[in-house]
Design a protein around this ligand. Structure first.
Ligand code: FES
Length: 174
């Protein structure tokens, strides 16, 4: 009699055992994969978050006002409920609000507003900006970065974002 049927049964069994092992391995790996990927997906979803930063009533049409942006932040695998993300300059324009990040687009120092001369000034390398955020002098490669704003029940909210420094084009990085 031939040994072939027994050989082919053994081969089929090996294939089945291999497939079974692969399936069990995949099932066991799923929690680990989701543990690694989940924070990345959640942080990607944060891009559209709006952060309340001030009361519309407290803002001026004449001079910008600096306010901190504080919000929950998920950093890798932990969540902090109140992290200072940055500072924005707000200026009322009728019922709307103009917002600029306080981060200088040269190297990221915080810009101040000079009321007497009506311009923003960076203390690090002396870049200057108009009240609208356009470059007036110094090494800054572009103007201050504007942020989207909206007013909800008298509260001003900004869509906070950061932008790449040292480049002329405005590139949002998170
Ligand atoms: S960081 Fe503002 S001019 Fe250099």
């Amino acid at each position: 009699m031939s040994e072939e049927p027994s050989e082919s049964r053994r081969s089929a069994l090996k294939v089945l055992i291999g497939l079974g092992s692969a399936a069990v391995g995949a099932v066991l790996a799923l929690p680990g994969v989701s543990y690694v990927v989940d924070p990345l997906l959640r942080s990607a979803g944060k891009r559209e978050r709006w952060v309340p930063v001030a009361d519309l009533e407290g803002l001026s049409e004449e001079h910008p006002v600096a306010v901190p942006v504080v919000d929950e932040q998920t950093d890798a695998w932990t969540t902090d409920p109140a992290v200072r993300l940055g500072v924005v300059w707000l200026r009322k324009k009728g019922e709307k609000v103009h917002a600029l990040t306080a981060e200088c687009p040269h190297l990221g120092c915080k810009v101040d507003y000079q009321r007497e001369d009506k311009h923003f000034a960076c203390p690090c390398h002396e870049s200057k900006f108009t009240p609208e955020g356009d470059v007036r002098g110094g090494p800054a490669p572009r103007g201050l970065d504007p942020l989207d704003t909206r007013v909800v029940d008298g509260k001003v909210e900004v869509r906070f974002a950061r932008f790449r420094a040292q480049v002329a084009e405005r590139v949002e990085i998170g």
